[in-house]
Design a protein around this ligand. Structure first.
Ligand code: GRG
Length: 289
């Protein structure tokens, strides 16, 4: 069920992004926006659509919030890949935006994807009540900005030159911002749009976001056998701390499983109706990319 819903959401959000970007024309920066926002697992869009469904929100409205979060996620990846940050050549199996075009185009395409995301969520089509649209916009700004993803990214960059590796608490705080904040916004978009209690989905998302990042650290190590020795502590002082370097591979896997259980437990108020979200939590730690 989860895999089917994820595929359906991916197709819906892609069609929506294509249609909404259609009037923007074909300048290189616009083509770069389209290129960067295509593909990916669409996990954040799925969380928006599924939390909206659980709260009886019209999918025609929710799709605007799903497109918004995927555009903002895409912007963060374009900027993260730049030479001044991670300096990556490939993203989603294709050349990164600055490799395919150039650094200036990548900076501008990222900027434009971010503003496009805020446009999507503040448009009348996203919600009939302007106060709800304002709430969606403010919470998204907080999740993406200096209290959320940007803060996490800044802490991550600072950790690269820090004298001592981060502690478990510090890395948890960093990741709660860097990857957790957008995941939390996505999972709470449904109750926000329905003006209902966000607490159960907030708890679900906090555990899910952390499990997602631990799984990412595990994937990173398991994809590169040379990193295993370093990551489990032999040489942790020489590199940046990760959940694997701090907990060991086995400990990290067990922590991720505990977090998935916690995420599933947080959904008890929704009963069986939340089974697809529970499957999503299990998927996050079993994925291979
Ligand atoms: C540049 C402000 C700014 C922030 C960048 C998201 C981020 C912060 C950096 C990405 C670095 C990274 C690879 C983090 C690991 C977790 C993560 C966000 C992976 C990518 O998300 P997925 O797996 O990607 O959902 P897809 O391609 O499926 O959308």
């Amino acid at each position: 069920m989860f895999q089917t819903r994820l595929k359906e959401t991916a197709a819906q959000v892609q069609a929506h992004l294509d249609a909404t970007m259609m009037p923007l024309g074909h300048l290189p920066v616009i083509e770069a926006m389209r290129y960067a926002s295509a593909g990916g697992k669409r996990l954040r869009a799925f969380l928006v659509m599924e939390s909206a469904r659980l709260h009886g929100v019209d999918p025609q409205h929710a799709i605007w919030a799903a497109a918004a979060i995927e555009a903002i996620h895409a912007y963060s990846l374009v900027h993260d890949d730049l030479p001044c940050m991670d300096d990556d050549d490939l993203r989603r199996g294709l050349p990164t935006v600055h490799k395919k075009w150039d650094d200036c185009t990548a900076v501008l395409a990222g900027d434009a994807l971010q503003t496009f995301g805020f446009e999507c969520v503040s448009r009348a089509e996203c919600h009939t009540d302007p106060l709800v649209r304002a709430e969606l916009t403010v919470t998204l700004a907080r999740a993406a900005g200096a209290q959320g993803m940007v803060l996490g990214q800044a802490l991550d960059i600072a950790a690269e030159t820090a004298e001592t590796p981060l502690s478990l608490d510090e890395i948890t705080r960093l990741q709660a911002g860097k990857t957790g904040a957008l995941i939390a916004w996505s999972a709470t978009a449904g109750p926000l749009m329905a003006q209902q209690d966000t607490a159960p989905l907030m708890q679900y998302a906090a555990a899910l976001g952390l499990a997602f990042q631990i799984a990412d650290d595990i994937l990173d190590v398991e994809g590169d056998a040379d990193k295993v020795g370093k990551a489990v502590g032999k040489d942790a002082s020489a590199g940046k701390a990760t959940f694997v370097s701090l907990l060991g591979l086995k400990g990290a896997k067990s922590r991720a499983e505990d977090l998935v259980q916690k995420a599933c437990d947080a959904l008890y108020v929704y009963g069986d109706d939340a089974e697809t979200l529970r499957e999503a939590a299990r998927f996050v730690i079993s994925r291979d990319s």
